[in-house]
Ligand binder design. Structure first.
Ligand code: ADP
Ligand code: MG
Length: 276
């Protein structure tokens, strides 16, 4: 076996180091207040491309608000959200006087379209079949033809295990099936990252696994994801990092092993005792 030239080895090694990717999601000191209610109190978080972050914490700790700041359903009171290096909601360069200029509503909608979001409740269009639900946004927003939209919608329904339910209406589907249609619908917009806000907590227990299986497969396919969930088994198995929020702050973050097996704070220990 011919030996690799040392110079080549060095180049390859440094190439790998240099390839350590820039974060896809960067949250810098995010604050959010609703009137006097200070809901987010300075959250910093980075998620690398292809990484899965699982966000946990007690009800009311600010998890949904943080996700909503990422896709600009809420505007942070202070701090900034950067996606792929681009500050969300603002023109990239400040004005000469140092003020930041907000983007137009249309530009914000364009940024938001790059981020898929799936909620606890599925919000499917009740008068449309599963297939039509998945086809709608690509035709309306991305300008796809009906034939293009149908082809990719069928492929997506296949991917979430619902090829045989394409012609069913939401009322004819189980909660788990409806949530899988909602995931396919979000994926149809070809998002760069996906946010899931308690995607299984409205489901009957026997339907949770089929939705988590879709999330796991998506993660294995390299999708960058932030998932709010109390499913610690999923966190253990799929998360690259687990983030514990409490009272508007990120109190602990690390690998599932660090967070779940070796919680540092009393607050996290208490939280884990309530969900495990
Ligand atoms: P979590 O998702 O962790 O349960 P949320 O982000 O939904 O927490 O809520 C955090 C806090 O912010 C709660 O006290 C909630 O009542 C409050 N809150 C969320 N959205 C609003 C809003 N639009 N107006 C006023 N208060 C809000
Ligand atoms: Mg919530």
């Amino acid at each position: 076996v011919p030996e690799e030239a040392p110079s080549e080895r060095t180049a390859a090694a440094s190439g790998r180091r240099a390839a350590a990717p820039a974060p896809l999601i960067q949250l810098e000191s995010i604050h959010k207040a609703f009137g006097d209610l200070h809901v987010l109190k300075g959250c910093d978080l980075e998620v690398a491309p292809g990484e899965v972050a699982v966000l946990v914490g007690p009800s009311g700790s600010g998890k949904s608000t943080l996700l909503r700041c990422i896709n600009q359903l809420e505007e942070p009171t202070a701090g900034r959200v950067r996606i792929a290096g681009v500050t969300q909601g603002y023109v990239e360069e400040p004005l000469p006087d140092g003020r930041w200029q907000k983007l137009s509503t249309a530009e914000i909608a364009r940024q938001r379209a790059r981020i898929g979001m799936v909620f606890q409740r599925f919000h499917l269009f009740p008068h449309m079949t599963a297939l039509a639900n998945v086809m709608e946004a690509p035709m309306q927003v991305l300008g796809r033809t009906k034939a293009q939209a149908q082809e990719s919608a069928l492929a997506l329904l296949e991917r979430v295990g619902l090829a045989d339910r394409a012609d069913h209406y939401p009322s004819e589907l189980s909660g788990g099936q409806q949530q899988r249609v909602a995931i396919a619908r979000a994926l149809a917009m070809e998002p760069e990252l996906m946010l899931f806000d308690e995607p299984t907590s409205a489901l009957d227990p026997e339907l949770v696994a089929e939705v988590l299986a879709v999330l796991k497969e998506l993660a294995e396919g390299g999708m960058t994801m932030i998932v709010v969930t109390h499913e610690m088994g999923f966190a253990r198995e799929v998360a690259d990092q687990v983030v514990f929020m409490d009272d508007g702050m990120i109190l602990e973050q690390g690998t599932p092993e660090q967070l779940i097996e070796h919680p540092q704070s009393d607050r996290l220990q208490g939280f884990l005792a309530s969900v495990l």
